[in-house]
Design a protein around this ligand. Structure first.
Ligand code: PLP
Length: 358
């Protein structure tokens, strides 16, 4: 079976973890700080604050910006539920805007219609590893005095006009095993705002800067040194992983571009797509999934049910016109693109898709 996702853990990661375990200092310590510095440098921000999940990174980023009860945050419903849940945790309300059919990301032309006096922030998601339209988002944020919090959980290394995502506003990344790089579970906040960084550090550790002095309500969002050393090794490899993802994506697109009934992913001019997922659109998705699986090819649907249609979000009293989002959720299918996928695997995937669709 060619799995849809597979973490790349090698001898170096295993050795690094053994070393931390043997040292006896395994919780948050020096290695977390080292990882933060390395990640901030990688993204190009002044600060990075490591936490124990991407969800915690989003949650802490919102809180560090002072977002809470009665505030509204504009985002997309076509994402993993953590995007909207992080907003709900703060007492604020996620306001969903429809997506662009080509990139699956928030349609920035529709954002201004959803701005009210309660809107505090924009939370674009760089879905599948492809940047949202950040120039337009920046302009809207400036015109309306809004904060930008980027859900970059799928987009380590992705760029928009030469700049890494996660450095436009305050960024949140995940290091879950299926992501472009991993720490087991983990996440990180990136920001150039030193006050936001200071608050995020406090929120991570029960609201304290000084031990046993708690200035605000915080959480235990700490990353361990065990996770941080995995991250340090993975960070050295992530550009190589991403390059392999891009090569696989290019081969898949070359093989599928003229196949009728298949829409291949678009890359916006000026963007570098890191292909966390390689996602196509098809009409008869269920048949294709069955055939691929029967031929030893794993598939994924991200996401079959938009967030606003999830049981926890239904009946909250808000009506959204998310036509494109709802239609897209019935058509998308992701094919294996991760660095463990070989050229032969790609050929087998292309051949199987063509046979089924024709
Ligand atoms: C993975 C992911 C998250 C949450 O990250 P966790 O580390 O699983 O908590 C949030 N948003 C998006 C878009 C994700 O893909």
């Amino acid at each position: 079976m060619i799995p849809i996702a597979k973490p790349n853990i090698g001898d170096e990661e295993i050795a690094a973890v053994s070393e931390v375990l043997a040292s006896g200092i395994i919780a948050e310590g020096k290695r977390v700080a080292e990882f933060e510095n390395a990640f901030a440098e990688y993204i190009g921000t002044e600060h990075a604050i490591a936490v124990n999940s991407g969800t915690a990174a989003l949650h802490a980023a919102l809180l560090a910006h002072g977002i809470g009860k009665d505030d509204e945050v504009i985002t997309t419903s076509f994402s993993f539920i953590a995007t909207a849940n992080s907003i709900m945790y703060t007492g604020a309300r996620p306001v969903f805007v429809d997506i662009e059919p080509e990139t699956f990301n928030i349609n920035t032309d529709l954002i201004e219609d959803s701005i009210t006096k309660n809107t505090k922030a924009l939370m674009p998601v760089h879905l599948y590893g492809h940047s949202a339209e950040m120039k337009h988002i920046n302009d809207i944020a400036e015109d309306h005095d809004l904060i930008i919090i980027e859900d970059a959980c799928q987009a380590h290394g992705a760029t928009y006009q030469g700049k890494k995502v996660g450095s436009f506003g305050t960024g949140a990344f995940s290091f879950y095993p299926t992501k472009n790089m991993t720490t087991g579970e983990g996440g990180i906040i990136t920001t150039n705002d030193s006050e936001v960084a200071r608050k995020a550090r406090m929120i991570r550790a029960h609201g304290s800067q000084e031990r046993y002095l708690h200035e605000m309500l915080g959480y235990n969002f700490r990353m361990t040194d065990i996770a941080a050393v995995i991250g340090l090794v993975q960070l050295k490899k992530v550009d190589g992983f991403n390059l392999k993802r891009q090569k696989n994506a290019q081969l898949l697109s070359e093989g599928l571009k003229d196949v009728s009934g298949v829409t291949i992913p678009t890359v916006r001019k000026g963007c570098e797509h890191m292909f966390h997922q390689y996602t196509i659109r098809v009409n008869k998705r269920d048949e294709l999934i069955t055939t691929l699986n029967q031929n030893g090819i794993g598939t994924g649907v991200y996401y079959p049910r938009p967030i606003h249609m999830q049981p926890t979000y239904i009946g909250t009293g808000y009506n959204y016109d998310l036509t494109i989002c709802e239609k897209t959720a019935t058509e998308v299918i992701s094919l294996p693109v991760h660095p463990g996928v070989s050229d032969n695997d790609v050929k087998h995937i292309i051949k199987t898709v063509i046979e089924e669709v024709n």
